[in-house]
Structures are given as structure tokens and as C-alpha cells.
Design a protein around this ligand. Sequence first.
Ligand SMILES: [Zn+2]
Length: 312
Amino acid sequence: MNYLNLYVKLLFVEQLRYWPLAEKNYQALSEVETSRMLVRGRETKLQFNPERIHSSAANIDADSLKNRPCFLCKENQPKEQKRLPYKDKYEIGVNPYPIFLRHLTISSIHHERQQIKDRYEDMLLLAMELKNFLVFYNGPKCGASAPDHMHFQAGKKGMLPLEDLWKKDDLEKIISENDSTLYRVHCLLPVTFLIRSRMLSESVQLFNRIYSSLVVKEGEYEPMVNILVWKENSEWLTFIFPRREFRPSCYNAEGDENILISPATVEMAGFFPMPRKSDYRKIKARDIEQIWREVSVTEEEADCIISKCKAL
Ligand SMILES: [Zn+2]
């Protein structure tokens, strides 16, 4: 019997009653403005969400990280925050700055750097147990606002355009492991790979092959990547978005060109929470297309990843 879903439900009931910050922000989220936009025929969602300023504009350079108390470490958490232990490795808590109507942070019990290597299996297990949730990972330079403290996030299913979009694609098969397969999803910008698997061990093998085919930049300890996993009809679906840039050029642009978007998994999956009303009003489909093009790997790099993967 899986009790985790029930415990998470109870956690939300408790936290929304006794943690004023969470109560206020989840109430505000239920009233935020959202809109839809077609980007090269692809459905995309925008959300005006002022509280996201905390993550969109997070300073994650080494000095800033060293000089701030880590908000995922137990000793720095608000006294109202409650956490559910998970497998002696993680703690599950309500995210007080949500973009999903139910939004969790799943953080390591230790202060250790953000790194997916050897932890992908944990994502699969979480996605299996949190069956109403999508589980996602933002690499240390791909949207994580605490790259010095290992964490995943989980958001309630039904929010991301990608959840349905991928089904319309003619998937290109790259490699298989028995009944599990790694595909390229062609209908999507940015570059997207997908693992479909009913077997945990096969999914891990395919993930390890694509992970070791991604380029690690000089001075970095892991390839730039966003990962999204959920379970549907007894199948795990893992979306992998290889990245080449941390932030798009519009993030640092002057004047009217400036748009405060620092892409993480949800943006790669077609959902854009925007902390500034002016950005929310002015953003155009071509801006989103450009953001994806700038932060995603190029077509040539995608071909390289595919060749490497096949050769392994
Ligand atoms: Zn920490």
C-alpha cells in the first residue's frame, strides 16, 4: 500500500492552515492571471506570478551562495514548515512559492550539491509513489535556485502543455533496451528526448546512456539539463531537455528588450511563470521561440548526442 500520496495530502491541509506564508501564496496562486499562446503551432501557457521573483532573479554565483543561509537546510527553515521524511535520503515539503496548485520541494537531508548522477532512480520512485504529480529536476545552471543543495520538485499533473503535446508526435526511435525506448520528440522546440519504460532498471540504463552522451562544459561537474518524469498507465515517461545556456539574452537586455525569464524545466515544457506584469503583457511568441533556441542545445548538438548514444 502506498501512503505517500495520502501523507502529502495531509501535509498540504496542515501547512495551508498553520503556515501563513504558504496559505497566502497558494490562495494568491488560485487567483493569478494565466493565458495561452501558440508558439510555432505549439500550445504554451503563461502565468503572471509575482512571487516567482525569488527564483527568476536568484543570484547563484559562488559568492552569493556562500553568503546566504541555505533555505533548504533544516536549521534555516521557517518554524512553521513541516517535512515528510523519504527513504532516509530526502525530505518532502510544501513549496511556499508555488507555480502549481500543489507544489512540493523534495530536498536531500544533507547540504550537498545539485547533481542528478546516481539519483535518477529516485526520481522514478518518487514519480511512482506521487502518482498525481510530475517530478522534475533543474540542473545547477538550469533553473535551480539552490544549486548547492540537492533537490527535486514535484507539481500536480495537468498544468504543463507537454503532458498532452508529445502524444501528437511521430517519435523517432534512437535506442531500445528490451521493451523500453529512448526517442527524439520532433514536434517540440526546444530539443527534447523521451524515455518510455515500464521497467525501472531499463529506464535507468537508457538514462545513463543519454546522460553520458551529453557534453559537460569546462569547469562544470555535470551536463546542463532539465528532466521531467511522471508515471502514466504503468509507464514511466522521462523528458530530457539538454541545455547550452543558463539564461537567454533577454534576461540581461536593456530597456524594452529585457524580459525576466530564467528557464527551468517548466519553461522547457511550455509553461512560463512570469514575475513582472510588464513582461507578461508584452511577451510575444517570437520571444519564447528565441528563448528556447538560445538555452536549448542546437540541432547539430542534438545529432551529436544521438550518434554518441547509439555508439555506446
Ligand atoms: Zn542546504
